[in-house]
Design a binder for this molecule. Structure first.
Ligand SMILES: C[C@H](NC(=O)[C@@H](N)CCCCN)C(=O)O
Length: 461
């Protein structure tokens, strides 16, 4: 039957529509991921936060994924039960987590006092961000698996690049919008800091609705391929497959490259607005606009590099070039005399190129190393390793800022203002680039040895 009926994935309209729908769900998650980043100065001025609080909240993203292995369970559920159930669960989890963050920031109930030595507002919000982190990460692996399902042997890297590009529009929005929005909706000179989070909640609900729509397409795809809801015994994922995945050296090199590279990007974005204010003397209203150029750049370039990988190959080389650029950009950010805002703009644009190169080649390379039935778990394991960095790096940078980088602290009209020197934090980010280069070289060598085909095109003629 499956040989006679044409698979729905053969229809261009169907597969690109499926991609558009799930990409929108990811966009809504990526918005919430960074919504409080540009609000850092306001949170310090009006809510009494310090950099340690900010770092703690952002590091909560990885708590449950890393310590309770939620991501790995998510990956196993994905491989065992399928994309529809897992994607819906992930979208609902994002909404629950964001609801808690909203409650904390809006102060729906009194936020005075401490919980386990942490300010109540920070503890509740961080718990929410931790739950959200489980949802968005599991949504990420689900969407990666969905894309492989529709695009294997076709424009896989282009499709993944377009998904990331769409998701990054959420990041760009989150970096550019919240600060002016909070100011515009404030009253009596006091900004409305919770309004951008409320907007995110509404977006997440729209993302859930979009995913429900996708589940119908997914059912149609399976019907067109003669696949029933039952996963057949031979193809079914077994827990023992985890050992097969983790005994693969190529998998580990990809996972290490992932944690190092992404630790130099995503956690950097949490602090980028503050960096613009403190190092480049950019006004608060404008400061988020410069880092928001980074995701904007990736919107065009990730699909472009993905398409090059699809047609020409050179995946391992692309990842190596991206790692070298990561080191160069962060090293230039550390140099104190290079403090004109034009330099910041130029470096952010270059970082956008870097942030297009590595992801465009990294994610479509996973199916070249791991078979499809283990893909959900493999992506989950890679994200799990990555989450150590996404959790540890914001915490580290927050603590370093708090302990070694305060240059002045003043209270003007009852509002406190802290200034920071970002040289040391930026040197830490540069170190991630240096280590990533080493791993990218090892991956290139391993590919040559094992013949994964990372340098070969994805499109099969
Ligand atoms: C595809 C890749 N996704 C990830 O790295 C996930 N762990 C999600 C991270 C979300 C943080 N904003 C990517 O976005 O490049």
């Amino acid at each position: 039957m499956s040989a006679i009926t044409q698979s729905l994935r053969e229809s261009k309209t169907a597969r690109w529509s499926a991609l558009a729908i799930v990409s929108f769900t990811m966009l809504t998650g990526y918005y919430i991921n960074y919504v409080i980043s540009p609000l850092k100065p306001m949170l310090e001025q009006y809510m009494g936060w310090d950099s340690g609080d900010f770092g703690f909240w952002n590091s909560a993203y990885g708590w449950f994924n890393v310590f309770f292995l939620m991501l790995i369970f998510g990956g196993i559920i994905l491989d065992k039960i399928g994309v529809r159930f897992t994607g819906l669960g992930a979208a609902i989890t994002m909404i629950i987590g964001t609801g808690l963050q909203y409650i904390a920031i809006e102060g729906v109930f009194p936020m005075e006092g401490m919980i386990f030595g942490v300010k109540k507002q920070i503890a509740i919000g961080a718990l929410g961000f931790g739950i959200f982190g489980v949802g968005v990460e599991i949504a990420g692996i689900t969407v990666s698996k969905i894309i492989v399902k529709w695009f294997k042997g076709k424009e896989l890297a282009l499709a993944m690049g377009l998904e990331m590009a769409t998701a990054r529009m959420g990041t760009a929005l989150a970096l550019a919008l919240p600060l002016p929005m909070a100011k515009a909706l404030g009253t009596g000179g006091i900004p409305n800091i919770s309004a951008p989070v409320m907007l995110g909640l509404a977006l997440l609900v729209a993302g859930l609705i979009a995913f429900i729509w996708y589940t119908f397409m997914d059912k149609k795809l399976e019907a067109s391929e003669g696949i029933s809801d039952e996963i057949n015994e031979e193809d079914a994922f077994k827990v023992s497959d985890i050992f097969v995945i983790i005994s693969n050296k190529g998998f580990w090199l990809l996972a290490l490259l992932c944690v190092l590279f992404y630790s130099g990007i995503f956690p950097f974005l949490y602090y980028a607005t503050d960096l613009m204010i403190n190092k480049y003397a950019v006004g608060e209203d404008f400061a988020g606009a410069i880092p928001s150029l980074l995701p904007f750049g990736t919107i065009l370039l990730t699909p472009l590099f993905g398409s090059i990988y699809d047609r020409k190959g050179k995946g391992a080389t692309i990842m190596l070039i991206g790692s070298i650029m990561l080191l160069c950009v962060h090293a230039l950010f550390t140099i104190p005399v290079l403090n004109h805002y034009i330099i910041a703009v130029a470096l952010i644009i270059l970082l956008g190129v870097t942030f297009s190169l590595v992801p465009s080649a990294m994610w479509p390379s996973v199916p070249k190393i791991i078979p499809e039935k283990q893909l959900g778990t493999a992506y989950a394991l890679i994200f799990w390793v990555q989450n150590w960095g996404l959790m540890g790096m914001p915490l580290l940078i927050g603590l370093v800022l708090e302990k070694y980088c305060i240059t002045s602290q003043e209270v003007v009209d009852g509002v406190s203002k802290i200034s920071y020197d970002y040289t040391l934090p930026m040197a830490i980010f540069a170190a991630t680039g240096l280590l990533a280069i080493g791993i990218a070289l090892l991956l290139k060598a391993e590919d040559k040895k094992k013949g994964y085909g990372l340098e070969l095109p994805n499109i099969q003629k």
